[in-house]
Ligand binder design. Structure first.
Ligand code: BGC
Length: 756
């Protein structure tokens, strides 16, 4: 506790607790009168108050020490707070200073910050935002969930909803009402270092997961004490840079933007997402932060977004320092505000509000334009109930970090894990197997969690949740030391005790080699080759020489190339970044206590230079003409094995002709023909045979996840409407064209015709 705030904090704590007695407010905001309240408040505000509301600073700027090297343990600095919050009237703060804090410290921070903010004549509370992207990952002991790419592999939107719901609860329990999540960029390029932050390569799957997560965060009323505002990011075209490197240029045609990159955002906007963060990079040669066409014409006027538009980190400044479209900071601010920005994530200088005020005083930006943004920001603050209760007492959240929440994370991880290969039914392993575990990811909780875990890069074990197990720890706890032997074998890129691992394998029934990646995010140039370091391939090759079955467990945020060693393995399990419960979940799948049901949400490439998505436009048709194999992935999008067998039959369409306004019902019977219960993702693809622009070889148009007991059958129904099979035509408009369409479910096919 910081001595100078003791008395203040005590008074506030008392105030908070009295507000939370049984008669406490339920945080319910009447939405209808918010606009009137905002208007009345704005009449009392000076220009300084208004530009302050449009400013977001990092907590680093309010803390003791150098903002780039804070004093430890973390402490707020009174003088810095007064300057930022009272003199400059800054209305929003973000992030944690370098690493996760305890729930108590978050409460102390919020007590202090909100108490200072209350001294302003307007008394407007601070809106605090954080990257709670897979659970409340900046609070120690919070529940950490699988990252988005793993959630996508469950193909189960209910799990994304549950993840959002619990994260919202634990984030508000940490006194924070706003999360910078979900990522709605499409994960269509494995080279991109943030692929794992996405819901994968398919538009339909990512849209459904994104909507579910958004609803989980926000609920029906974002003002409830268990809910937070979501922030869709990073609008638009962020994930498809030409180089694969983060924050470099993307070139995307309008047709592609509309068909592949806008729908996830549109779906979340329609679901009520409150805020949006802008793409730091450039699209078609224009930095997105100055692109009025994208930020206003498209986002506001066409897509109907009414919430708050936030820049990404320092992006207005980068307009002159990186992109060089402005000659100085002030011009950059004018350009970004003109384009449609509401709030600047400044976040490391105090100049923004000063320069913005000057621009208004000089008549370069109208006060009416400022008012539009301030209205949206204040509206959000009212919707979040911050005026009445900027945060709630810690005691209100008994389930924070509970076993119940850990169980939810475990369930999600179990459904995510994807069995890619299972020769001779090597898996599940017999319970009495003697197992060698080796490889760089086998004994790391950080690898299971990935970036944005207690720190930005997620690579510091110091803050790991106590009591959570790495994969090898979970396996040893389950089977005992007599059965499980561990040797690291190799670091991520250097051989360590490979010979020892190979020797030990000889006395085992099976060798599990855990390959993959250390944590990372954002950094351009973090990866030049999708191949794994040679040391990891060598480990597999040496261990395989023992002649015992080899299982590969891939703990990685993007599909790294395994072609070189896959033939040496009988089993391959993709674990993605499954979170704090991931070690346990992998064990459960390997030992057959959980029947795997994950399916790849991305195409798993075989070669670094062949990175086609499953819905590519006819590359294989061209390739066939040249007798080559252009589309030849290691494993296809949607692939994932089970310990039971599913048989598909009777694919049936009720009509062979679809007309405008009509629908076709597709039925198919799925039977669990194996000996154990299992979940299956039934995927329906449609191929447009001929279209006015090159059609994809196939597109996922619907899916359902079902659970079948042994020998049980289910008749599934899917509806296809003309909108489901539409595409964006040459004139950038959605269109459904007359013609023939193929329907595919598993190996079955049927066809129909669309007529206007
Ligand atoms: C990232 C965002 C993140 C923000 C705040 C940026 O560098 O691109 O995804 O929300 O930082 O931490």
């Amino acid at each position: 506790m910081q001595p100078r705030f003791n008395i203040l904090a005590a008074i506030l704590l008392l105030f908070t607790l009295t507000q939370c007695l049984p008669s406490q407010r339920q945080g319910k905001v009447k939405l209808d009168d918010i606009d009137d309240k905002v208007k009345a408040l704005m009449k009392t505000m000076t220009l300084e108050d208004k530009v302050g509301e449009m400013t977001q600073l990092s907590i680093d700027m309010l803390s003791e020490g150098n903002p780039y090297n804070l004093q430890e343990p973390h402490q707020l600095a009174e003088g810095k707070m007064n300057e930022a919050l009272l003199t400059l009237r800054v209305g929003s703060i973000l992030n944690a200073g370098g690493h996760a804090y305890t729930q108590e410290h978050w409460h102390e921070i919020m007590n202090t910050i909100q108490a200072v903010a209350k001294k302003k004549s307007t008394g407007i509370p601070i809106l605090y935002g954080i990257d709670a992207i897979h659970g409340t990952n900046y609070t120690i002991d919070a529940t950490l969930f699988p990252q988005q790419i793993a959630l996508a592999a469950t193909w189960n939107p209910d799990l994304a909803h549950e993840t959002g719901k619990i994260t919202a609860y634990e984030t508000r329990a940490s006194a924070i009402p706003w999360t910078f999540s979900p990522v709605l960029d499409m994960g269509r390029d494995a080279r991109w270092p943030r692929l794992w932050e996405t819901f994968g390569e398919d538009v339909l799957l990512a849209s459904r997961m994104g909507v579910a997560m958004t609803k989980g965060y926000q609920g029906e009323n974002v003002g409830y004490p268990e809910k937070v505002a979501a922030c869709m990011k990073h609008f638009l075209g962020y994930s498809v840079t030409l180089t694969g490197k983060d924050r470099t240029q993307a070139w995307v045609s309008d047709v592609q933007l509309r068909e592949y990159f806008m729908p996830t955002f549109q779906a979340a906007i329609d679901a009520g997402a409150k805020t949006i963060m802008i793409n730091s990079g450039e699209m078609n040669g224009i930095p997105v932060h100055v692109n009025k066409h994208i930020l206003t014409d498209l986002l506001r006027n066409e897509m109907g977004f009414k919430g708050v538009v936030l820049t990404d980190w320092e992006d207005i400044k980068y307009l002159f320092s990186r992109h060089r479209v402005a000659k100085n900071y002030k011009t950059a601010i004018k350009m970004a505000i003109d384009a449609g920005i509401d709030m600047s994530m400044v976040p490391m200088d105090l100049e923004f509000p000063v320069l913005l005020k000057e621009l208004v005083r000089e008549g370069k930006i109208s006060e009416a334009r400022i008012d539009e943004s301030v209205h949206r920001i204040l509206r959000l603050k009212y919707e979040l109930n911050l005026f009445d209760m900027p945060f709630y007492s810690k005691e209100r959240y008994p389930d924070f970090g509970s076993d119940k929440h850990a169980e939810a994370s475990l369930n999600a991880a179990r459904e995510a894990i994807t069995l890619l290969k299972n020769e001779k039914n090597i898996l599940p392993l017999a319970a009495d197997s003697k197992i060698l575990v080796t490889g760089p990811t086998a004994n790391s909780l950080n690898c299971l969690n990935g970036g944005w875990t207690h720190t930005w890069q997620g690579d510091d074990p110091k803050y790991n949740t106590t009591g959570k197990l790495t994969f090898v720890e979970a396996l040893t706890e389950k089977l005992g030391k007599e059965q499980v032997s561990y040797v690291e074998g190799t670091t991520f890129d250097e051989a360590k005790d490979v010979a020892k691992a190979a020797e030990m394998a000889k006395n085992m029934d099976v060798a599990i080699v855990c390959l993959g990646e250390m944590t990372y995010t954002e950094k351009p140039g973090d990866l030049d080759d999708l191949d794994l370091p040679e040391a990891q391939y060598n480990l597999v090759k040496e261990v395989a020489k023992a002649g015992k079955p080899v299982i590969l467990v891939l703990i990685e945020g993007r599909p790294r190339i395994v072609r070189q060693v896959e033939p040496l393995a009988d089993g391959v399990l993709m674990a993605y970044l499954p979170g704090d419960e991931g070690g346990q979940a992998i064990v459960d799948v390997l030992l057959g206590e959980v029947n795997p049901s994950g399916k790849l949400p991305v195409t798993y490439p075989r070669y670094s230079n062949s990175l086609l998505t499953y819905d590519h436009k006819g590359t294989d048709r061209i390739a066939r003409d040249f007798s080559t194999n252009a589309f030849n992935p290691q494993w296809e999008f949607g692939h994932g094995l089970s310990y039971t067998d599913f048989t598909y039959k009777d694919l049936h369409l009720d009509f062979r002709e679809l007309r405008a306004g009509g629908e076709i019902t597709v039925t198919v019977t799925v039977t669990n023909s194996g000996n154990q219960a299992g979940k299956e993702v039934v995927q329906l693809y449609v191929t447009d045979k001929v279209a006015s622009i090159t059609p994809s070889v196939k597109r996922l148009r619907d899916f359902q996840k079902i659970n079948l007991k042994p020998k049980e059958s289910k008749v599934l129904k899917f509806k296809i409407t003309p909108e489901d099979i539409a595409f964006v035509g040459q004139d950038s408009k959605w269109i459904t064209e007359e013609g023939e369409f193929d329907v595919q479910v598993a190996g079955l096919t049927a066809n129909f015709f669309y007529m206007d």
